[in-house]
Ligand binder design. Structure first.
Ligand code: FA5
Length: 340
């Protein structure tokens, strides 16, 4: 029995070595493992083996069967891959809907950073809200104290639809909707894609992500704002990062600030990623203007609040050391898949 099994195993190996295609492989499969195959023959013979040797012989046949099955599977995979490669090379076409690669996909760096920041704010009691990318003029500008023809609109030119709607220029466009939805007290963040008519460079894109945050309650002050900004940055970077707060003008906050981060690409020396200034505008913020609270239906006698507009795309650049913002919209999988 031992010799016979060894012979069948050797025959099987030499047949596999000469297989040229999937049809050929199937006939090897039938010849050895099919209903009338050689393993089946061995099983029939097993009945004639003396009882005391049956167990050992059975194990031998089983091991041989398992060996064949796994070699068949391995060979099938190789042949399938080869057939696909031949097909692609000969026709010059490629059907991306067919699964020929078993590589796993990866999350985009912006998704990764967004989830990280969301987790930090969620742990501090903020809800995470969603808002459309197509908005109306009222929500994007007027409800934020930017009336028609206000010069602040010049910095946020965008793509307009024939309906009069526009692609949102900043996540602040959701402030009024969120205030009206929940009233005060309120803690919410709302990430989203923004669109602007921009000349692109290493730190400007025409399509980028922001994450807005608002907190409205009794006795909210600038100290609360600074506290939350510090927590968020220390959690995201996991190390101290240098920031600076300077006055900034936005019609929807008073007072308003620019929060800059020391460029982590050049360490503050100056490079294209920070426009040679050593600092990168990351997260403008301020105390919500009373007019904006009023438009949102909030009682300004009782409540105050802060708002911030974090540049998520720039945060991803700083966190992952991405020198050029355009890499993030490039679709370059080699560059984008390395951060998971
Ligand atoms: C605003 O969009 C305000 N809505 C932010 C705000 C919210 C202020 C709440 C006060 C209170 P700004 O245009 O500066 O502000 O954009 C905010 C951040 O988005 C910038 O600091 C930057 O990090 C990012 N950002 C702006 N424009 C671009 C761009 N073209 N490409 C990449 N990131 C950008």
């Amino acid at each position: 029995m031992i010799e016979k099994t060894t012979k069948i195993r050797n025959d099987f190996q030499s047949r596999i070595a000469s297989v040229t295609g999937l049809a050929d492989l199937e006939s090897v499969h039938q010849d050895f493992l099919g209903k009338k195959g050689r393993i089946q023959e061995l099983m029939q013979e097993l009945k004639t083996v003396p009882n005391e040797k049956k167990r050992e012989a059975g194990q031998l046949i089983n091991a041989c069967k398992q060996f064949m099955e796994s070699l068949l599977e391995e060979t099938q995979e190789k042949l399938e891959k080869k057939e696909w490669e031949n097909k692609i090379n000969s026709t010059g076409t490629f059907d991306p809907s067919l699964l020929i690669s078993r590589e796993q996909g990866s999350y985009h760096p912006i998704t990764l950073i967004q989830r990280e920041v969301e987790a930090v704010f969620a742990s501090m009691g903020f809800t995470i809200e969603d808002y459309p990318e197509i908005v109306d003029d009222y929500h994007c500008f007027e409800a934020l104290n930017i009336p028609p023809f206000h010069p602040a609109r010049d910095m946020q030119d965008t793509y307009y639809l024939s309906t009069g709607q526009l692609l949102k220029t900043h996540t602040s466009a959701a402030q009024n909707y969120i205030m009206r939805k929940y009233g005060a007290p309120l803690r919410a963040i709302f990430p989203g894609r923004c669109f602007r008519n921009e000349s692109t460079d290493a730190c400007h894109e025409n399509t980028f992500f922001q994450m807005e945050g608002i907190m409205i309650d009794e006795n909210i002050s600038i100290s609360n704002l600074i506290y939350f900004m510090k927590v968020m940055l220390s959690e995201v970077f996991g190390k101290p990062v240098e920031v600076r707060l300077r006055p900034g003008f936005f019609p929807f906050v008073e007072p308003g600030f620019e929060l800059d981060i020391k460029c982590l690409i050049c360490g503050g020396e100056g490079c294209p990623s920070c426009k040679d200034s050593g600092w990168l505008e990351l997260c403008p913020c301020g105390m919500i203007h009373p007019k904006v609270l009023e438009y949102g239906g909030i009682d300004t006698e009782k409540y105050t609040g802060f708002a911030f507009g974090l540049g998520l795309t720039r945060l991803a650049m700083m966190k992952y050391g991405i020198k050029d913002i355009r890499t993030l919209n490039s679709g370059n999988l080699k560059a984008l898949s390395q951060f998971n």
